[in-house]
Design a protein around this ligand. Structure first.
Ligand SMILES: NC(=O)c1ccc[n+]([C@@H]2O[C@H](COP(=O)([O-])OP(=O)(O)OC[C@H]3O[C@@H](n4cnc5c(N)ncnc54)[C@H](O)[C@@H]3O)[C@@H](O)[C@H]2O)c1
Length: 364
């Protein structure tokens, strides 16, 4: 396959040629990351022509307003899909059919059935399809996974992702939040569970495997069509339980960084405990994450303090390396599907008054 024979990033003229589909907020973190990884941005697209032109002029790249022009461009090897979630399935399927590698922003789609279909399509075409849950690239997360491999089965996990979102607590709330569908539902397909919760559900599965049963409880605010808070219990495959809480809160100065970003994961096994404190998702170059290990036998507590990193740069470099060497797409489309399945089941449990629901996975 072509991607298996391409040169390493940034070496010679054989660099991976990237197309960017969707030139809104998140796209900058993709194209700057690719650029720093030595890839070349050759074609960019947005239905808003001015947005595409702004990025295109930066890279002297071709500019289109129809994504089909990018996926049919023979000079494009890999596309980043940075559009809103409701468009992901159509664009990813079309890109895979054109033989392109695909990095799709999270969530993979806005429902579990479509995400399962994408997994099957990527397996059928043997194409590179990754979903951009960038937190997997934090050195602290990588180390936590390495340490867990030596710590036995996970017996319990506590996951808290609290994000400071003062606008949602204004009275009255901003108009775009009170419209139905709100901007949040239109762009992301859901509220806090989808926006912030999806990331930590992905990490949770990476640490402990696919949950077998869920209970969910969701809360909104008056006039809003999305959750600002979701709590869940998720039964782990080895028998333990995860407690999960995702919340858009009004407290400016809480959390590990005292900046309102309050995300913490505690993982327990018979051999010890890991505590992971992540940093502000779009400011990770400012602070380093913290990992604390407690050994159950000796009681020894070790703090691992990591340097600040731009996690999107690490992610895009990882994507390019895997694409060029024929390596595994990480996180995989299946990882993305599992999150969408859990979001659906947690929501369904909430709608049934907090009923415990077994989770049956449509694809393995
Ligand atoms: N990894 C993260 O932490 C993170 C953070 C924010 C957003 N996201 C994800 O990134 C994606 C985009 O979010 P955003 O905040 O950048 O939204 P955004 O609204 O700022 O950007 C989306 C862009 O896509 C364009 N677009 C929409 N439909 C299109 C189509 N059919 N063809 C071409 N362009 C189209 C829009 O005009 C817009 O410019 C979403 O899936 C979101 O969940 C991920």
């Amino acid at each position: 396959m072509k991607r298996a024979t391409r040169a390493a990033p940034g070496k010679g003229n054989d660099m991976t040629r990237v197309g960017i589909i969707g030139c809104g907020y998140i796209s900058r973190l993709h194209y700057e990351g690719y650029e720093r990884a030595g890839a070349k941005i050759v074609h960019v697209c947005d239905i808003r022509k001015e947005a595409a032109e702004a990025v295109g002029s930066r890279y002297s790249a071709r500019v289109s307003t129809d994504y089909r022009a990018v996926i049919e461009d023979r000079d494009v090897d890999l596309v980043s899909v940075c559009t809103i979630a409701s468009t992901h399935k159509e664009i990813c399927l079309a890109a895979l059919a054109c033989g392109k590698g695909v990095v799709c922003e999270k969530t993979l789609t806005d429902n579990a059935a479509d995400s399962a279909e994408l997994v099957l399509a990527s397996r059928r075409t043997k194409a590179f399809l990754s979903v951009a849950y960038m937190k997997n690239y934090f050195p602290a997360v990588v180390q936590a996974k390495q340490m867990l491999a030596e710590m036995g089965d996970v017996t319990s996990i506590y996951v808290r992702t609290w994000h400071f979102h003062p606008q949602l607590w204004q009275s009255p709330a901003p108009e775009d939040v009170l419209q139905h569908p709100s901007r949040i539902v239109r762009n992301y397909g859901g509220g806090m569970l989808v926006c912030g919760g999806s990331h930590v559900l992905n990490l949770l599965c990476g640490f402990a495997g696919r949950p077998t049963k869920v209970i969910g409880a969701m809360q909104s605010r008056p006039g809003m069509d999305f959750d600002i808070q979701t709590n869940a219990m998720l039964w782990l495959p080895a028998g333990g339980v995860a407690h999960f809480e995702a919340f858009w809160h009004p407290f400016a100065a809480i959390g590990y960084e005292r900046n309102g970003w309050d995300e913490r994961i505690e993982i327990n096994t018979a051999k010890g405990r890991l505590e992971l404190y992540t940093v502000l998702w779009n400011g990770s170059e400012n602070h380093g994450a913290l990992l604390v290990h407690t050994d159950a036998d000796t009681g020894r507590v070790t703090e691992y303090r990591f340097p600040a990193v731009n996690v999107f740069d690490l992610e895009m470099a990882g994507m390019i390396e895997a694409f060029e060497t024929g390596g595994l797409a990480t996180p995989s489309a299946a990882d993305g599907y599992v999150v969408d399945e859990l979001i659906e089941q947690i929501t369904s449990s909430h709608r049934q008054g907090g009923k415990g629901l077994p989770v049956t996975y449509r694809v393995q």
